[in-house]
Design a protein around this ligand. Structure first.
Ligand code: ADP
Ligand code: MG
Length: 692
């Protein structure tokens, strides 16, 4: 029903609700949940106020009102007492209205957040009611997110609470039909929907609130998982893949005669998983997660050899030219001894070379093509592409992935590799359409990187330390943040930093790379560092992914507080690749907020990429995580939080699986209802399931 017909709304407020909060119907308001609740059944005493308190309620009288300041700075102040002490109350606007409305001597109920100011506490813009015993609200009250504009139109929390109260008094809530199977309600002891909705807004106790929230999260995640599982099932039925039934000479020769070290257990396991996929007759769609340095490249190469052994070609796509070039180098080294042809195709490949590549691709002479986005151009035609490896997938949009698929009538097997580990519960949901393999073991002999936090005042000491490492023959990275919004300033900081570093280390060579350079110049600078002609590389995050210079032992990150955790972890992964002890130094300004300090401390405490990712997700929420933006899943969850509700994700996954066992095609009456519900929820969203 149109929201304007709710008692207390009317056409004007309806328009406001629709525009500001997207609430157009009774149902919309019912599902507009508070973002927190406050306990208004307790009245505090002024002499109990201490430290940093949440919103509290006080009961007492105003002693006096005074105004101060001029013009825009004009404010009204009042002294308020409850007999145990006094507190200052301050208003910055609506001064006249307040003066006319509230009187000294009358008993009021004040609700607000006390903040310490100089030597006393004050409350700014509290909510005020005349005190009558019956005005003390019972139980918990919801706090809703409202907009500035609503506030300006005198549409306050209280207005919202009243409207919700009116709504909860209509039969609308009682009449909400249950959406979950009865059997699950019983099995998981879930609150029925209408009761849960009521308790989301106005719980009588914290316990009821928690049960209501659990129920709502469960429902949301259950449908999400059901949808994913249904999709996977559909995909498995649909997607025929090449059958790579054998492991042949390429693979065996490499394994027995070229590979210089034993594979780690994790590498072996992952290769086995992929062999199984590629032999199954269905298209492989696998995400390979492995921390930086865990040895994904070899795994990708050996997987490609299986494709070759079965008469197919393979391609490896990297997000940047630098990375593609590095892949070419390390892969040619492995490929040459077994007589496998490899070529590189990027945006800057010359026409002649390009033509040669096209020809050899078509004839099948070229077995492995490495490159950047250039690989997905329509002109690139393989004779028979059997495997596409995509490195560092978060740089690639899903649509681009899909383009690779279309190079064949039968889609190639796909291996997506990422060094940004995503916690399992998230991977399960975000990449619900990909199978996940994890390399959770580093090659032996790696020393964990020592990570330190240092402040501006320690700069001299930091340079001395870098100097020591250089004298030992090592190399160092110094990384600066660069974001688009402050690009000019950031570039200037980088260039100034470069000059300072040159002055500080006059007897060493310093190279510099950033994304605004011409590719040729960038490559040249990069080469200087890779070939050890330069000892220090001053750079932006263009070096974040994949660059491999084992001799580098120091990573200094300037303004570390401006980087995300996953990014810091990636950067740190550039060192610790050789046998020497390596160091990562996080330079920050002195006055960090609590959260920032905590974030950076995570880095000093662990080298484990999964823990870093886990923390990152808690701090930032999954929507912001690297790797999720482009995954295509709309993260418009209303109540559940993938970062915090991992257990419920797992629970609903299990329950959805069990449900589909009983009713695989959702054809029972109850199943049909669920299917309808699924469509309602997911048809509105972009159909990400089509893409991968
Ligand atoms: P990433 O997973 O970050 O892509 P790489 O594939 O670049 O890691 O591997 C990092 C380094 O470790 C490379 O120099 C590679 O040759 C080496 N490496 C890979 N696997 C092993 C192993 N099992 N034993 C020893 N060294 C290995
Ligand atoms: Mg790599």
């Amino acid at each position: 029903m149109d929201i304007q017909y709710l008692s207390g709304v009317g056409p004007k407020r309806a328009e406001l609700l629709r525009k500001e909060l997207g609430i157009a119907t009774f149902h919309d308001l019912l599902y507009y949940f508070p973002f927190r609740h406050i306990d208004r059944s307790t009245i505090h005493h002024i002499n109990e106020i201490s430290g940093d308190m949440p919103y509290i309620q006080l009961r007492g009288r105003f002693i006096n009102f005074t105004t101060a300041g001029e013009g825009a700075r004009r404010r009204l102040m009042a002294l308020f007492t409850d007999g145990t002490g006094t507190i200052e109350v301050v208003w910055f606007n609506r001064v006249r209205y307040i003066q006319d409305t509230y009187r000294p001597g009358v008993e009021y109920l004040l609700f607000g957040k006390p903040s310490p100011f100089q030597n006393h506490y004050s409350i700014i813009h509290p909510e005020i009611d005349v005190y009558k015993p019956e005005t003390v609200p019972q139980g918990l009250q919801g706090v809703y997110s409202l907009t500035e504009k609503l506030h300006n139109r005198q549409f306050t929390q209280r207005t919202m609470q009243k409207l919700v109260g009116n709504l909860l008094n209509t039969p609308v809530v009682q009449n909400v039909p249950e959406t979950l199977p009865r059997q699950l309600l019983a099995q998981r002891n879930l609150m029925p929907l209408s009761q849960a909705l009521l308790n989301m807004h106005r719980p009588t106790s914290v316990h009821d609130l928690q049960r209501a929230q659990f129920r709502m999260k469960y429902e949301e995640l259950f449908f999400l998982q059901l949808n994913i599982l249904k999709y996977i099932k559909g995909r498995e039925e649909r997607r025929v893949g090449f059958v790579f039934s054998r492991v042949g000479d390429y693979f065996n020769n490499f394994y027995n005669h070229v590979l210089a070290f034993p594979l780690t257990g994790a590498q072996k396991r992952v290769i086995r998983e992929m062999r199984h996929d590629m032999g199954s007759g269905r298209q492989m769609n696998r995400l390979l997660q492995g921390d930086v340095g865990s040895g994904k490249t070899i795994v990708a190469f050996m997987t490609a050899l299986i494709a070759l052994d079965n008469g197919y070609q393979a391609c490896i796509m990297a997000p940047t030219e630098i990375l593609a070039t590095q892949h070419l180098e390390s892969i040619s080294q492995m490929a040459a001894p077994i007589g496998v042809n490899v070529a590189l195709l990027t945006g800057s490949t010359r026409k002649k070379e390009r033509e040669r590549i096209h020809e050899q691709l078509q004839s099948g002479e070229l077995k492995i093509l490495i490159g950047t986005h250039a690989l997905i151009e329509d002109t690139v035609q393989f004779r028979n592409l059997g495997l596409a490896v995509i490195d560092e997938q978060h740089r690639f949009g899903v649509a681009q992935r899909a383009k690779l698929w279309r190079k064949n009538t039968t889609p190639p097997h796909v291996l997506v590799m990422t060094a940004t580990p995503i916690p399992r519960t998230l991977a399960m949901t975000v990449y619900g359409d990909l199978d996940v393999s994890v390399i959770d073991e580093l090659p032996p002999g790696r020393k964990p990187v020592t990570t330190l936090m240092r402040y501006e005042k320690d700069r001299e000491q930091m340079y001395r330390f870098v100097g020591q490492q250089l004298r030992l023959g090592r190399q160092a990275y110094i990384v600066y943040p660069l974001i688009e919004e402050s690009e000019k300033l950031d570039l200037r900081a980088l260039e100034e930093g470069y000059e300072i570093v040159k002055d500080t280390f006059p007897s060493y060579n310093v190279a510099m790379v950033h994304g605004r350079m011409k590719p040729a110049e960038k490559d040249h600078q990069m080469d200087l560092f890779v070939s050890h002609q330069a000892h220090i590389l001053v750079a932006t995050t263009v070096i974040e992914v994949g660059v491999n210079v084992p001799n580098a032992s120091v990573m200094v990150i300037e303004n570390a507080e401006r980087f995300g955790l996953s990014q810091l972890h990636q950067l740190r992964g550039r060192v610790g690749r050789g046998a020497d002890q390596s160091y990562c130094i996080l330079m920050t300004k002195y006055d960090l907020t609590h959260d920032t300090r905590h974030r950076l401390e995570v880095m000093t405490q662990t080298n484990d990429g999964f823990r870093v990712a886990e923390e990152d997700m808690h701090l930032r929420g999954p929507g912001d995580m690297d790797g999720t933006q482009q995954s295509g899943v709309a993260f418009n969850l209303r109540v559940a939080n993938l970062a915090q509700d991992g257990q419920i994700v797992q629970l609903t996954r299990d329950d959805a699986e069990a449900y589909l066992q009983q009713d695989p095609d959702l054809t029972t009456p109850e199943g049909k209802q669920l299917d309808q519900q699924l469509r309602q929820i997911f048809d509105k969203q972009q159909s990400w399931s089509e893409i991968s």
